[in-house]
Design a protein around this ligand. Structure first.
Ligand code: F6P
Length: 343
């Protein structure tokens, strides 16, 4: 019988995490279960760092960005004896099971730990929207809105100065955010990791725009974009505990190249962590709430090693294994729609 459950948030923060925490606490209290909030993601399980969470503790957190539980990119499988430590601490903390809220890395750990004996359920989270087995992850639409608002603003300033502005959007190896925000904000060209883009073609488009009197340009570039004719040097070679390289700097390289090839004044903007900060939009608050609610129902039903997922209009339980086996990237036919509006 379940008496006490834990919840942790791992990986990069994202708008809507607090909505999940609140939903889990409310639903668990309906069943009379205690909830322990594990701090700093998997690091908290290695250090047995947790605080009790009651309905009073989660009062008012629904619209708050970030995570009241803090987060880290700690991977217990990269720590000597990490798995054993987590299992021992779960026992010490009296956890009957654990809700892991995170992306492919956090959920991948939850999957391994479930096999090792700690009953976990997952809630999918990432602004990148690159997780399989779910239509969308919460936080994504908020991030797209932020990037769209930013690019809308870039239009007016670029136009006033006859400038090209290159806007760098997050999303690691998936171009979802760049494609959707680029489409929504009428970017004149979009570069993503899934399609090797040509700087030469982009410059030709810009020259045509200027020649017909539209003397400015907005270029959306994903931080991990790939090019057929540009050698990209990463700003940093630092990797995290899950082996992901820290991206950033592509907009600057691209802006210099565009200016060199066209002669038009070209500047760059890096949206960076602005896309992850602040309050979630209503859509993400509701999605996060429904996913958190479902996770508790899944515990009740004994559906461990599974995560709650959005499938069409429904929230369903799907195996975590299915979600983490391959990155969900932008399909060619989706990007084709965006390309129609280039120029
Ligand atoms: O995975 C989410 C994400 O925001 C990516 O879009 C980005 O590349 C990465 O995290 C940044 O990570 P950090 O918070 O370590 O800078």
């Amino acid at each position: 019988m379940v008496k006490r459950i834990g919840i942790l948030t791992g990986g990069g923060d994202c708008p809507g995490l607090n909505a999940v925490i609140r939903a889990v606490v409310y639903k668990a209290s309906e069943y009379g279960w205690e909830v322990l909030g594990v701090r700093y993601g998997w690091k908290g399980m290695l250090n047995a760092d947790a605080v009790p969470l009651t309905k009073a503790d989660v009062e008012g957190i629904l619209p708050l960005g970030g995570t009241i539980l803090k987060t880290s990119r700690t991977n217990p499988y990269k720590v000597e004896g990490g798995e054993t430590k987590v299992l021992e601490n779960a026992k010490k903390m009296g956890l009957d099971c654990l809700v892991a809220v995170g992306g492919e890395d956090t959920l991948g750990v939850a999957y391994k730990l479930t096999k090792a004996g700690l009953k976990c359920v997952g809630v999918p989270k990432t602004i990148d929207n690159d997780l399989g087995a779910t239509d969308y992850t919460f936080g994504y639409q908020t991030a797209v809105q932020i990037a769209t608002d930013a690019m809308d603003r870039l239009h007016t300033t670029a136009k006033s100065h006859d400038r090209v502005l290159v806007c760098e959007v997050m999303g690691r190896h998936a171009g979802w955010m760049t494609t959707d925000a680029g489409m929504a904000a009428n970017a004149h060209w979009i570069f993503i990791p899934e399609e090797k883009g040509s700087v030469e073609e982009c410059c030709r488009m810009l020259k045509e725009r200027y020649a017909r009197g539209e003397r400015y340009g907005i270029i959306a570039v994903a931080e991990g974009a790939e090019f057929s004719d540009l050698d990209v040097k990463l700003a940093s070679q630092t990797t995290d505990a899950f082996g992901h390289v820290r991206l950033g700097g592509i907009a600057e390289t691209l802006a210099k190249e565009i200016e060199k090839r066209t002669g038009f004044e070209t500047r760059h903007v890096v949206l960076g962590h602005i896309q992850r900060g602040g309050s979630p939009i209503a859509y993400d608050r509701i999605l996060a709430t429904r996913l958190g609610y479902k996770a508790v129902e899944m515990i009740k039903n004994g559906q461990f090693g599974m995560m709650s997922s959005l499938r069409g209009e429904k929230i369903e339980a799907v195996p975590i294994e299915e979600a983490v086996k391959a990155l969900k990237t932008v399909p060619r036919n989706y990007f084709e729609v965006a390309k129609t509006f280039f120029g």
